[in-house]
Design a protein around this ligand. Structure first.
Ligand SMILES: Cc1cc2nc3c(=O)[nH]c(=O)nc-3n(C[C@H](O)[C@H](O)[C@H](O)COP(=O)(O)OP(=O)(O)OC[C@H]3O[C@@H](n4cnc5c(N)ncnc54)[C@H](O)[C@@H]3O)c2cc1C
Length: 380
């Protein structure tokens, strides 16, 4: 029998995230949307209350959640503020290669310092000439004795500034290209790590992105994650796991926009009756509600596939990410429409959700790239 109900523990987990979102995130989300500063006060509280690094085992200071339970949390945080949610979730993005390929000594070393200082980490894959085409990466990590010397230029790196560690993807042998792509942990206090000013952007302004230059940065060989040449696989396996989180965050955005516009429309009287008495409006709400349910179904299924240890979960997380982020864009756009002029103002928050939703269709691989992943999976 298929069962869509959550266990008692899962319900408590959802309540814990919902409570955190209401108490800590919602009161400050407009401030960060305005300032585009990094939300340190929220991150520190998230550490204090056990919401950071959700999939890191408890003995290493994380929450020890599986992918399914972790995405339940992302929906609640996304419903409150997508930008602040991604500041928290981008940390997990940076740590996912560690879960996949780091050894116990590395995990203890890196997580120890991160927990002690309630620090952040960033995932540094994208470059000016390597966005969708990850194989175009040019950053190099050349081995010299017991060190790797890193040189290169990364772009759009979430949590880049202020991060204690960057998880960096670089070529150990430029002649072999992406076949030599390798994953490293770079402590950002080393000489040669240059963080450029943060980018100004449309939405998710409760998160920060930077360009980063690595100029002859020397890291010990002990900071190599996995083996030389495994970087491409580690990078792609990371996205397979984290895209369900982006899908859940997208559902959170859509859910909030839908609920705000539904409640507003029930009370808005025009032509002597609530605007919901017009099928043009009530059908729009019906479609929004249906799309959210469908997006959650594929997201839960994708996350469930991971827990079953099946072979092609990445195909499903790509489906979830593309479908749910498209739903977030459609639902937030319709929410603004349902609310007319009020929707377009900053008073109700749905215009922010519409701006925030757009990014979910772009990062962690654009939705066109998700379709490449899905088509490869289904035609294999
Ligand atoms: C706010 C933000 C946060 C980000 N955070 C991070 C981060 O933390 N770490 C990180 O490493 N990266 C991060 N990124 C980078 C992000 O993953 C890339 O922006 C994304 O993968 C797309 O790459 P691009 O912007 O270079 O677009 P391009 O690759 O230049 O694509 C341009 C357009 O062409 C389309 N396209 C490209 N190739 C194909 C193809 N083969 N078939 C069909 N269509 C195609 C794309 O879908 C897109 O519409 C972030 C980006 C943003 C904007």
């Amino acid at each position: 029998m298929v069962d869509f109900s959550l266990t008692k523990q899962q319900q408590e987990l959802v309540e814990k995230y919902k409570d955190f979102a209401e108490r800590v995130i919602i009161p400050v989300r407009a401030k960060y949307d305005e300032s585009s500063e990094f939300p340190w006060e929220v991150i520190k509280k998230a550490y204090d209350e056990g919401l950071m690094n959700s999939q890191i085992p408890k003995k290493l200071g994380g929450e020890g959640l599986n992918i399914f339970d972790s995405q339940l949390g992302s929906e609640e945080l996304g419903a409150a503020c997508a930008g602040i949610c991604i500041s928290i979730d981008a940390n997990m993005l940076a740590l996912t290669p560690w879960i996949i390929a780091a050894d116990d000594e590395q995990l203890k070393r890196f997580m120890g310092r991160l927990n002690e200082e309630k620090g952040t980490a960033a995932y540094a894959l994208t470059e000016p000439n390597a966005g969708s085409d990850v194989a175009g990466i040019k950053t190099t990590a050349i081995k010299k004795g017991d060190k790797y010397i890193i040189n290169g230029h990364k772009r759009f790196i979430t949590n880049g500034e202020g991060a204690m560690y960057h998880t960096v993807f670089a070529l150990t042998d430029p002649e072999r290209g992406a076949r030599s792509l390798t994953c490293f942990v770079v402590p950002t206090d080393l000489p040669g790590v240059e963080i450029l000013p943060r980018l100004d952007k449309m939405g998710q302004r409760g998160s920060v992105q930077n360009e980063i230059k690595y100029n002859d940065v020397e890291i010990p060989v002990e900071n190599l994650i996995g083996r030389e040449g495994e970087g491409f696989l580690i990078g792609m396996k990371t996205f397979d796991r984290t895209r369900t989180g982006v899908a859940a965050l997208s559902i959170g955005i859509a859910r909030s926009a839908y609920e705000i516009s539904r409640d507003w429309a029930k009370n808005r009287i025009q032509f002597g009756k609530p605007v919901t008495a017009n099928q043009a409006v009530s059908f729009m709400l019906a479609e929004m509600a249906t799309k959210i349910e469908l997006a959650r179904l594929i997201t839960w299924k994708a996350a469930w596939y991971f827990e079953q240890g099946l072979k092609t979960p990445g195909t499903y997380s790509a489906m979830a990410k593309y479908y749910a982020s498209d739903v977030a864009m459609e639902v937030t756009t319709d929410a603004v429409q349902v609310m007319g002029g009020d929707g377009y103002t900053r008073s109700f928050g749905v215009e922010k959700m519409m701006r925030d939703a757009k990014l979910c269709q772009i990062y962690e691989g654009t939705n066109q790239v998700q379709k490449l992943v899905i088509s490869k999976g289904i035609l294999r």
